[in-house]
Design a protein around this ligand. Structure first.
Ligand code: PXL
Length: 263
């Protein structure tokens, strides 16, 4: 039997993040991956690698979801970058058409180069329409601040409190990621599942962000859930997978390194 893992996310043209990273993760973890593309991001090497952003028309997104869900019985989906309120509308509507065992949401909030006013509308639409449909949400520190409304998050206790506040928006499980930005020597993730809190720690690998880490973590959780793991085992396996990929990271001519899945 093959385990199907479905992703709805943007394309990032250098392949470090977005649906390319998701599908590599699905493949490495032994699932059959398929995806719906929400937007195309092409970094601009002539302008500080800013993000050039092109949304896929809402009706074309709907057609992709229609094709994927008609071809297979899908029960686990990862949601990555959506990008516009119109995209969020069509994704939320598509998700509501069938039951899901798990909706894993990586709540990608801003994209360098998007107009700030438009980004705020998108953030609000994501919080109101997609966060409540998620069973698992994986915010990084910035997204945890934004979604929880907490002013300061510098300790594991504050990260836990923030995760609880995000849980109140609907998802049963929140994986709040401290990453390189939470003070301390460890990369700390707080997993809140219902009333249970588990703190996951691994020593930080350097102090620089590595592109694709957030996408890879959420995709790896999705793949593990697709294979039948419970949430805690899925998150633990995903953290080990992303840590190995960060240790084995690769660099090109862009000013950031990227996760190498399966390194
Ligand atoms: O890492 C966040 C992210 C997700 N999805 C797409 C992206 C990025 C960041 O560049 O381009 C498509």
């Amino acid at each position: 039997m093959v385990d199907l893992a479905y992703v709805i996310a943007g394309s990032e043209a250098t392949g470090g993040a977005g649906i390319q990273a998701d599908l590599r993760t699905f493949q490495q973890l032994g699932t059959f991956g398929l995806g719906t593309v929400t937007c195309l991001v092409s970094f601009d090497p002539a302008h500080d690698w800013n993000h050039r952003f092109f949304p896929v028309p809402a009706e074309v997104i709907a057609q992709q979801m229609e094709a994927a869900t008609a071809a297979y019985d899908l029960d686990v989906v990862k949601i990555g970058m959506l990008g516009t309120p119109a995209t969020i509308d069509v994704i939320a509507e598509g998700l509501r058409r069938q039951p899901w065992r798990h909706v894993v949401l990586d709540p990608v909030l801003i994209c360098k180069g998007q107009e700030p006013g438009a980004a705020l509308d998108t953030d609000n639409a994501l919080r109101e329409q997609v966060v409540p449909l998620a069973t698992v949400v994986t915010p990084n520190l910035f997204e945890t601040h934004a979604l929880s409304g907490m002013a300061s998050i510098e300790t594991v206790e504050q990260l836990t409190e923030a995760a609880r506040r995000i849980q109140e928006l609907g998802p049963r499980v929140v994986v709040a990621k401290g990453g390189v930005d939470l003070p301390g020597d460890d990369a700390v993730d707080v997993l809140v599942d219902g009333d249970e809190v588990t703190v996951l720690r691994t020593p930080k690998v350097g102090r620089e962000r590595v592109a694709g880490a957030g996408c890879t973590l959420a995709a790896a959780i999705t793949a593990e859930l697709a294979k039948g793991a419970d949430v805690e085992d899925a998150v633990t396996a995903a953290k080990a997978f992303v840590t190995a990929g960060i240790e084995g990271r690769i660099g090109g001519r862009a000013p950031f390194e990227v996760v190498r899945q399966g390194a």
